[in-house]
Each structure stands twice: as structure tokens, then as C-alpha cells.
Design a protein around this ligand. Sequence first.
Ligand code: HEC
Ligand code: HEC
Length: 456
Amino acid sequence: MYKQGFFITTLVMACLLLFACHAKVPDIETQLQTTLAAQTVSPLDVGVAPDAAKVALGQMLFFDKELSGNRDISCATCHHPSQGSGDGLTVSIGTGGAGLGPARQIGYGRSFIPRNAPEVFNRGSAEWTTMFWDNRVIIQDGGFHTPAGDSLPAGLDNILAAQAMFPVTSADEMRGLAGDEDVRGSVNELALLPGDDLPAIWAALMTRLFTYPEYVALFEAAYPGVPAEELTFAHAANAIAAFEIQAYTLPNSPWTNYLNGDSSALSELEKQGALLFYGDAGCATCHSGSLLTDQTPHALAVPQVGPGKGDESPLDLGRWRETAVDADMYAFRTPSLHNVAVSGPYMHDGAFATLEAAVLHHLDPETSLLTYDPTQHLHPELYDTFQNDPALLAEMLEYVDPELAPERPLTATEIEALLAFLQTLTDPAVNNLDQFVPGSVPSGLPVQDIVMQNSH
Ligand code: HEC
Ligand code: HEC
């Protein structure tokens, strides 16, 4: 009798306990840890620190307008420390323009660059296999595939260096147009070279650089033992990449700290946002891995603004321009989201001024596209570039990647949590990048541009 009573009591207690455990929803911390473990989310591996002598050379090259045909624009103009490694513009403004930042002015008779200048954070990570919004520089079969084809020189250190070969060759970005005079009133000899003769353009740039004894010394220090006649623009590109990695490796965000085990690095709201990102909101389907990108193109029906690209202008057909595969129509590479709070405007053409608008577009691309108001997001000069033909909009919506749809509609509080999570991807050091702006460069051309604030 006694035994039986004990048995029943134990049974009842066990049942109660089991019920309690089942009924209790695990707290947000446990849920998030379980989700992250299931998806093996790991902190970012930023790679090895670059060689100091290459960084020193690369810093000069990155800020020196000598690399542009008209000596009026450097890499830094469009990827500036004060602008979150971008330029703060919807679409970039190339040679002929003036000023820095959101209100940089376009030069008379020039066109806007087709796309938004992306951030260049954490590009030292060995995980990067693609560059550009349309992946036109990509590692395939162990080699670099680029628009240069067989003309791409050997000896490039990484895909970032492969990328650095190209901005100097673009007439609208840096090289200039035949007939241009540079800021000193000399003929722009780079612009007179045939646009498809990339080796000639790279050689002419090296000739320019070697007229300055300071560059000769910097190259010697970065490449000791390499005879001057063997130095090519690939060596310059490797140095530029080394500097970009030195200045723009910024992984130390609250999110990284959280992944490294500091559970207090995120607030409850931010954890809820992370849980949605890796769960019901479906963000991590594409913003996956430690870089928060699958480096794959997807079509999101982002409003088409700006001049468009190539023969299809005023449209920009994205990855399709490289592959001519129907599935690549209007598709652009998923951007990495580290430090995304400081890298606006957003999307391949900067169509959205705020993170909120960029995220809302994902959640309901149809409403976002059909109600897009250029006056809310763009500089007045770009209002008219919004392509709003109803047939086009319908076609763009047909191509939207089905993976974009979240598991279920999100509430306003959940959207707020998602946005709070995106803020945790910012490394506070991003506000301290001025130290990388040099006082002067070997050419003696001005380094400091006037930072122009957005006036509209
Ligand atoms: C006129 C502005 C401008 C200048 C000058 C410029 N860029 Fe860019 N940069 C852009 C734009 C716009 C893109 C995106 C183009 C595209 O994807 O089609 C880009 C893309 C990039 C990317 C690719 C990032 C990624 O992951 O896709 C890197 C890296 C980069 N630029 C570095 C440089 C370097 C190095 C220089 C100097 C040699 C330079 N840029 C000069 C505007 C500029
Ligand atoms: C189907 C793949 C996919 C999914 C799912 C996805 N994204 Fe994106 N995301 C992209 C692509 C592709 C772009 C760039 C599109 C373009 O420029 O045309 C982008 C752009 C962004 C941007 C702008 C970043 C920048 O630098 O311009 C943010 C922010 C963003 N996504 C956040 C999110 C959030 C939050 C979610 C979940 C609600 C999400 N994404 C879900 C593919 C995706």
C-alpha cells in the first residue's frame, strides 16, 4: 500500500514536471543559441594582417588623384573613411565631379556612375570569392575571372587586388574622356588610350607613378629585390588591397562579441531581432555565413534609379549582363551586412535612403516598388531617372526570387527588432577612421576634399 502510494505520487509529480517543462517557452537567449547552433553561425574570420610596407604604399595610392586621368579623383573619393567606406551617394559621381559625401556635385556634361558605391569592409576574409554588384570579378576553378580576360596580370594577392585593377580603367569613374584636360591643364594621356587596351592603361599609370621619387622608394620598400622594370600595376593593386584590409577591417561589433560568448552584448529586443533574422524573417537564407552574404545574385525588384548600365540603359539588368541567363535578370549579389548602419544609401543603385526602407522592401517588394516615391529618397537631379513604366514594374516583380518571402508576415514590433539587430552589426571603430586619411600624397595633389552635407 505504502509502495503503491509512493509510486503514484512520484508519477503525478513527474507528470507535473514534464507538463511544466513543456508549457514553458524557452527564453529568447536559449532560443537564439539553439537556432545559431543548428545553423552553425560562427564569428567572422578577418584573415591575416597585411604587410606594413604594402599598406604604406597602398594608403598613398588609395588617396592619390594621380591615379585618375584628370588627376581629380581617387579611390577614396568614392570609398572614404568618413563615409563608411562608400560615398554617401545614391549612385556615384566620377571624374569631373567636385566635393565629397552626399552632396558631391556632378561635373558639367558628365553622367552619373550606374551603381551605388558599396562598402568595402572586411574584404581580407578568405571567404570572399566575388566582387561587384554583378559578380563580374569572381574566383572560378581556382582562378580570377574578370572583364580583363587573358590580359589580367599574374601575381595578384587576392580577389580584392584583382578588383583594384578596374576602377582606373573606367572612363566615367577615373580615366576620363578623350579630349579632357587634367587639373593642371595638361592633356589627359590615359583617356587617349583605347578603352579595351587595359595593359596600356596600367603601364601608363606606372609611368606616371615612377616620375615621383617618393613612389619609387615606396614600391622598393614594399617589394624589396624586385627590379623597377618588373613592377606592374598588379603590384600597385596588391598594395591598395593591403591598405583597404588594414583600414576597413571592422569586425568588432556587439554581434561578434555575442557570437564569441558575451550574452550581455545584445539587448532582449536585439536578440529577438537576431532570432527573426535567422528564423521566421528568412534573412539568413541569403545573408548567410559569417560575412552575412551568400555572394549569390538574387532579384528583389529594387526600384530602378540612376542612369542604368550599358546597352540596356536606363535599365540595369544586373547579373544578366554577365551571363545572359534568364534567371539572372535584375539580380544583384547579396550585400554583406557588417556595419550596414553606416553604409547607406542602400541597394545596388542606392534607391533607398534608410535601412528601414531597405528592409521593408524585402518584406513586401510589390507595395514598395509600386508606391516608390523618388522624392523621398533621391537627390532632385535623379527624380526623373526612376523607371516607373507599369509593364516594366510588373516584369520586375515576376522575377523576384521566391526565397525572399518571409515564413509569415512580421508585426511592427518584430520589424523594429530586426532593425535593432542590424544596428548591432556596427563596430564602434567605424567612427574613428579619420586616422587613415594621410596628410599628403607623393603627387602633391590635394587629399582633403570638402565634406558636403546633404542639402535636400
Ligand atoms: C567614382 C566612384 C568610384 C571610384 C573612384 C572608385 N570606386 Fe570602387 N566602386 C564604385 C562603385 C559604383 C562600385 C560598384 C560597381 C559595380 O558593382 O558595378 C565600386 C566597387 C568597388 C569594390 C567592390 C566591392 C564588392 O565587394 O563588390 C571595391 C573593392 C572597390 N570598388 C574599390 C575601389 C578601389 C580600390 C578604387 C581605386 C582604384 C575604387 N574603388 C575607385 C565607385 C568607385
Ligand atoms: C532572397 C535573398 C535575400 C533575402 C531572403 C534577404 N535579402 Fe537582404 N538583400 C538581398 C539582395 C540581393 C540585396 C541587394 C539587392 C539589390 O541591390 O538589388 C539585399 C539588400 C539588403 C540590404 C541593403 C544592404 C546594402 O548594403 O545595400 C539590407 C539592409 C538587407 N538586405 C537586409 C535584409 C533583411 C533584414 C532580410 C530579412 C528580412 C533580408 N535582407 C532578406 C538578398 C536577400
